[in-house]
Write a protein that binds this ligand. Structure first.
Ligand SMILES: Cc1cc2nc3c(=O)[nH]c(=O)nc-3n(C[C@H](O)[C@H](O)[C@H](O)COP(=O)(O)OP(=O)(O)OC[C@H]3O[C@@H](n4cnc5c(N)ncnc54)[C@H](O)[C@@H]3O)c2cc1C
Length: 410
């Protein structure tokens, strides 16, 4: 028999002060948690949001302050003890203790693992930039500021690479190349026709897109530019190189604690770590592989999913009825992600795969929409520059995935 009710007078320890960790402490306290709450962060300064890094920070249009998620005053008002720049280094489940780098030991009654993910390195070369932390983004911004007009090569097929290429070409005087595997940027998430449309969008904005290509970054001597060797044999010489090739979870600190992991920490449909029936251990956000994920059981890598999971766990914990009424706050079963490139907001609902049938496709100059499906059901919808239609479709997809039901909202 598992223990079902965490003690809301106990000590809640949340490891990871990204969006998921911050939303957990806010939701838990607002739902009535009376005990002490500790939020453990491994970076200096206040917690900040990640989406602005590849859009507003590298372009120089925002300061770091604008990306902050919460103030010190708010943390005080929530009576949250924030351990800044003091990473968790070990979890001892036998003693219910999280050890921090400083030597502090936090004894928890309830633990939430929210330590997110880090950028996968494209090469071991420190001169190749990645964008996952504020320090990464500021370093890249400063490098772009200090370089005379030069060549920037971005290697990556996902949203972060495409956003970086867009932000740099739009706001800065550099020649930008984007190397991506599919027929255009973000093909895995938006499907081939929309990827080709995005490719044109980038090209209209001056980016040279090397589609259906991979790139290997090679060091030349000393301060010489880097070389990006494409798989068709061509070489791009890069003054600045950026890799956006995915992420991996930050789970080293739980390494010896025997927490079940696959791509991330495995949880049930409510975020409780599987195989811990007598403990209150939860995982949320990019480090977690939720059993409830609509797209099978993949690790989260999107903002809305992290926020929904955090809110769900926080409200359940704070209200002291974690096991009951979970349906009311359980994260939506329609995955959602957005991306901003140039003037366009791209919204993806559901999951698209390249083999899906295309049931509806409109490609205009500044807007686009594609409805993808398998058999009688919609798998995913991608819209560009059509926020009201996207909202309607997103709502409709919660009730039905039948193609005729979704096409009625297009
Ligand atoms: C550049 C960028 C742009 C993005 N843009 C979008 C977008 O437009 N739309 C969208 O849907 N999604 C976007 N995402 C994805 C989205 O931001 C993430 O899914 C979301 O931030 C995940 O939140 P998280 O709190 O789980 O993880 P994180 O934000 O990674 O936070 C985890 C925190 O825990 C810290 N940590 C790690 N190890 C430890 C430790 N041992 N002790 C203490 N703390 C630790 C980390 O440093 C980090 O601060 C973007 C991501 C990036 C990187």
């Amino acid at each position: 028999m598992s223990k079902e009710l965490p003690n809301p007078d106990g000590h809640l320890v949340v490891v990871g002060a990204g969006i998921a960790g911050v939303r957990v402490v806010e939701a838990t306290r607002s739902a009535g948690w009376a005990g002490p709450i500790s939020l453990v962060g491994n970076q200096p300064g206040l917690p900040y949001d990640l989406p602005p890094l590849s859009k507003n920070i590298i372009s120089g249009t925002w300061t770091a302050k604008q990306a902050e998620l919460i103030s010190y005053e708010m943390l005080d008002a929530l009576a949250v003890r924030y351990f800044e720049f003091d990473p968790a280094v070990q979890l001892d489940r036998r003693r219910n203790v999280v050890s921090l780098n400083s030597g502090i030991e936090l004894t928890y009654d309830t633990l939430v693992i929210a330590s997110g993910a880090r950028a996968k390195p494209l090469s071991g070369n420190p001169r190749v930039h990645t964008i996952r932390t504020m320090a990464d983004a500021e370093q890249l911004r400063d490098r772009l500021n200090s370089a005379a007009p030069s060549t920037v090569v971005v290697v990556g097929s996902g949203f972060i690479a495409a956003e970086a290429a867009a932000a740099i070409s739009r706001y800065r005087d550099h020649a930008v190349h984007l190397v991506c595997r599919g027929p255009g940027p973000c093909a895995k998430s938006v499907g081939p026709p929309l990827a080709r449309w995005l490719r044109e969008l980038h090209e209209k904005n001056g980016v040279v897109v090397h589609a259906q290509r991979t790139g290997t970054i090679m060091e030349r001597c000393g301060a010489m530019p880097l070389e990006v060797i494409l798989d068709d044999g061509r070489t791009l010489v890069a003054d600045v190189a950026i890799g956006g090739v995915g992420s991996e979870p930050n789970l080293e600190w739980i390494g010896s604690a025997n927490i079940p992991t696959d791509q991330g920490v495995l949880t049930d449909a409510d975020g409780r770590v599987v195989g811990t029936p007598d403990e209150f251990i939860f995982a949320v956000g990019d480090c977690a592989q939720w059993g409830s994920s609509a797209d099978g059981v993949s690790r989260g890598q999107h903002w809305t999913r992290a926020v929904d999971q955090a809110r769900h766990v926080g409200l359940r914990l704070g209200s002291g009825n974690y096991a009951r009424d979970a349906d009311t706050t359980r994260p939506a079963t329609v995955p959602y992600v957005w991306s901003d490139q140039y003037e366009s907001t791209i919204q993806v609902m559901g999951n698209v795969s390249p083999e899906d049938d295309v049931h509806h496709l409109v490609l205009d100059d500044t807007t686009a929409m594609a409805v993808y499906g398998k058999g009688a059901y919609v798998t995913g919808v991608v819209s560009v520059g059509l926020p009201r239609a996207a909202l309607k479709i997103r709502k409709a997809m919660k009730d039905s995935r039948r193609i005729e039901d979704i096409l009625a909202h297009v």
